[in-house]
Design a protein around this ligand. Structure first.
Ligand code: NAG
Ligand code: NAG
Ligand code: NAG
Ligand code: NAG
Ligand code: NAG
Ligand code: NAG
Ligand code: NAG
Ligand code: NAG
Ligand code: NAG
Ligand code: NAG
Length: 661
């Protein structure tokens, strides 16, 4: 009749975790103590008393403030940013912001403004950004101009404005952004444009205005940072208006739902009479595309022809020696040579992303692009049995190559010999065929980042990563390893310079204790979303100061001898593991509470076992294992009584024995 040992186990749940009961009085969310608050959509009719006077950033949209006046925000004199989106504001009274000297941004978007007092914006001496989008404005005289000397951006989109002409007394000297998107501006005259003459380096947005005409030369001798006239039916009227003007970028794209005339070389002729560095013509159709279409593009540095329904670029385009960046995304090429790359010999950036046809890379189609540094061919339905030396022929200066999200690609040894200066290679989500013993990345001694996530790699090929002498970042997410295990000899051996390794969602069950022994420089290792157990931590014993993500694995118990390995790392994520909160794991639980500052995701780091502790945060579990003082007291009494009983029974036995002699 030995006392059951379990009697001495007292498991005490210390603090019951009950969620804070949300009451009906809704409070603003604090984003930064005493400074940044979000009070959006709380049905408020005024500034709540709970907001501190020191509030600097206030997001107050979607409440109800039909009038705002001097008393409304008078307490919050430190305001810097105030968002009043859709508060049903009709009236902005005198001196509403009179004591808000630091206020720099006011957002009045989506308020049906009826009246703004002449002095309503007085006070903020450095008001820089004013949003009056969707406020029902039809006349720019409505905006109180007092105190706007420092205004840098004025957003007037989605109103009923019919002219960009600012009132004569409107201070434009610091204006950098003037946004008239989606208004009713159909005509621009020289006088309209002259009203902006003090603004230098202005970005003027007139997208979505259905502009029918601009006075020819209205923009002459003006200099802009950017001009946007997207969604215009006839581009030639725009270009006539822009004669003899200068702009860094010109956005002339169109939209799905806009009628537009097909572009001809005659319509684009106006580009010859202005100075522009970068043009966007997205979503237009070209009619009778030929080399003459491009005759006025010769001084361009950037050209964006995204989704312009191109099947090829004409041969014989001449003089485009200045072009550095060409964007041909979402077109219909079926062979890379159809872009006639030789016409753009100075290109450094080429983007052919999201091609709508299956794209054949061909042979040497880009070989004239000796200066090419960045090439994006992602999402372009590329299929190639033997990539990439023939297609990338002569791209000696290429640094960035994106081949992600394509169809199956086969790589042989030294598949990137032609571009030895590659620094970043993205092959994510492209199924790679690499035969055993092949070394596709040999010669990429400058490559720093390699994304091989979801490539269905053959991870048994121990030579796969050979030659990557300077690799810092490797993403192997979503690739599988044989038997769910990374063995002692594995494909990671050649990449000793790795600093960041992603092995999440690789269906890993175990790691050999020496799986990572060649990786001494690691700073960040992500092993989340696998099925690893606590014992796998042994494989990290040589790492120090790393970020370690072990979230969403199968870790129940972490044995005491592995805890020093965790202690020497900088940040650890153990969330979403089926952790055991019984005394068999007491060493780990004690360690956990002592090292909370190292752990991230502790809200989601909860017990899975025993059942009565399921879902309780590990940081809040209180276990007491081994004997308590009370237990020891009873044990002593018990042993004492047992001894007395024994002595008596011996005595009794002896006496009985003698009596029967
Ligand atoms: C709102 O704040 C007050 C005062 O700080 C506090 O007493 C109350 O519990 C809070 N309400 C909610 C729902 O958080
Ligand atoms: C916020 O303000 C309160 C009261 O003025 C002060 O005690 C607290 O230290 C402040 N907190 C921060 C983070 O500034
Ligand atoms: C906040 O400002 C109001 C009005 O200026 C003042 O009455 C109040 O005492 C201030 N509150 C604090 C905590 O400073
Ligand atoms: C013009 O504005 C752009 C961005 O708006 C800025 O990057 C550029 O430096 C400015 N140029 C001058 C000369 O102020
Ligand atoms: C543009 O400049 C040229 C040459 O300076 C001049 O001949 C022409 O008249 C100007 N056009 C307009 C519309 O200002
Ligand atoms: C198409 O362009 C060619 C060459 O510029 C020209 O000869 C031809 O007349 C144009 N056809 C139409 C219909 O505009
Ligand atoms: C490569 O392209 C994909 C898809 O367009 C994109 O998500 C990814 O960020 C790109 N990779 C890099 C390194 O920019
Ligand atoms: C590529 O690397 C291999 C092995 O390091 C070397 O023998 C070969 O000459 C290199 N090729 C080029 C083109 O650099
Ligand atoms: C591949 O990794 C690089 C480097 O972190 C990243 O920029 C890129 O977005 C990743 N590619 C995809 C398709 O997510
Ligand atoms: C912990 O890792 C999981 C899985 O990667 C991630 O979703 C979560 O955001 C991380 N927690 C924190 C606090 O970063």
């Amino acid at each position: 009749m030995a006392p059951p040992v379990s009697c001495f186990l007292f498991v005490v749940l210390f603090s019951a975790s009950c969620k804070v009961i949300t009451s009906l009085d809704k409070n603003c969310t604090e984003k930064e103590a005493n400074k940044t608050y979000n009070c959006e959509n709380l049905g408020l009719r005024g500034i709540p008393d709970t907001l501190p006077n020191t509030t600097e950033v206030l997001e107050f949209g979607f409440n109800f403030l039909p009038t705002i006046q001097v008393t409304t925000f008078s307490r919050l004199i430190d305001l810097i940013f105030l968002d009043l989106t859709r508060c049903q504001i009709n009236w902005v009274h005198e001196d509403t912001f009179q004591s808000h000297h630091q206020l720099n941004t006011i957002v009045l978007t989506g308020n049906p403004l009826i009246f703004m007092a002449e002095t309503s914006l007085n006070g903020p001496t450095s008001l820089k950004h004013l949003f009056l989008i969707q406020t029902g404005l039809s006349n720019l005289q409505f905006i109180p101009v007092h105190n706007l000397e420092n205004l840098e951006s004025l957003y007037l989109g989605s109103n009923h404005i019919s002219s960009i002409r600012l009132p004569v007394n409107f201070p434009t000297q610091n204006l950098k952004v003037l946004d008239f998107q989606n208004n009713a501006i159909h005509y621009l005259s020289s006088q309209d444009v002259n009203s902006l003459k003090q603004a230098t380096n202005l970005s003027l947005n007139c997208n979505g205005n259905d502009i029918k005409d601009i006075e020819p030369g209205a923009f002459r001798s003006k200099v802009f940072q950017s001009l946007k006239f997207g969604g215009t039916f006839d581009l030639s009227v725009i270009l006539k208006g822009l004669q003899n003007s200068t702009t860094q970028s010109l956005w002339l794209g169109t939209y799905e739902d806009t009628d537009e005339q097909d572009l001809t070389s005659a319509m684009l002729a106006g580009l010859c009479d202005m100075s522009v560095e970068s043009i966007n013509l997205q979503k237009h159709h070209f009619s009778n595309l030929s080399s003459t279409t491009f005759q006025c593009f010769t001084r361009l540095q950037e050209l964006d022809l995204t989704e312009t329904h191109l099947r090829e670029l004409p041969s014989g385009i001449e003089g485009m020696n200045s072009l550095k960046k060409l964007v041909l995304n979402v077109n219909k090429f079926d062979q890379l040579c159809q872009i006639n790359a030789a016409s753009f010999p100075s290109l450094t950036d080429l983007h052919i992303k999201g091609n709508l046809q299956k794209l054949d890379l061909g042979v040497g189609c880009l070989e004239k692009l000796e200066n090419l540094q960045r090439l994006d061919l992602s999402h372009s339905n590329i299929e190639a049995s033997d990539c990439c030396n023939l297609p990338l022929k002569n791209l000696f200066h290429l640094q960035y190559l994106n081949l992600s999200y394509n169809m199956p690609i086969g790589l042989q040894s030294e598949a990137f010999q032609e571009c030895p200066k590659l620094q970043l290679l993205d092959l994510a989500f492209t199924h790679l065929h690499v035969n055993a013993l092949q070394r596709p990345f040999q010669n990429l001694s400058r490559l720093q980042a390699l994304n091989l996530s979801h490539c269905l790699l053959n991870t048994n090929n121990q030579h796969l990563l050979e030659g990557l002498l300077d690799l810092r970042y490797l993403n192997l997410q979503g690739n599988r390893f044989q038997d769910g295990s990374i063995l002692k000899t594995n494909l990671l051996q050649p990449v000793g310079s790795l600093e960041i390794l992603i092995l999440s969602s690789c269906e890993l069950l175990s790691l050999d204790q020496e799986a990572f022994h060649s990786l001494g420089k690691m700073r960040h290792i992500d092993l989340s979303h696998n099925s690893l157990t606590g014992n796998s931590i042994g494989a990290l014993s040589h790492l120090k100061g790393t970020y370690l993500n072990l979230a969403a694995n199968s870790i129940c118990i972490i044995p005491a001898h592995l805890l020093p390995i965790l202690s020497q790392q900088s940040t650890i994520n153990l969330s979403h593991n089926p952790l055991d909160c019984t005394c068999s794991n007491i060493h780990f639980i004690t360690w956990y509470k002592e090292n909370l500052q190292k752990l991230e995701g502790s809200e989601e780091t909860v017990c899975a076992n025993p059942p009565f502790l399921t879902g309780v945060k590990l940081s809040e579990v209180k276990l007491s294992c081994g004997m308590t003082a009370v237990g020891i007291f009873f044990l002593v009494i018990f042993v004492f009584l047992l001894t007395i009983l024994l002595i008596f029974s011996v005595k009794f036995l002896l006496r009985w024995k003698y009596q029967h002699i």
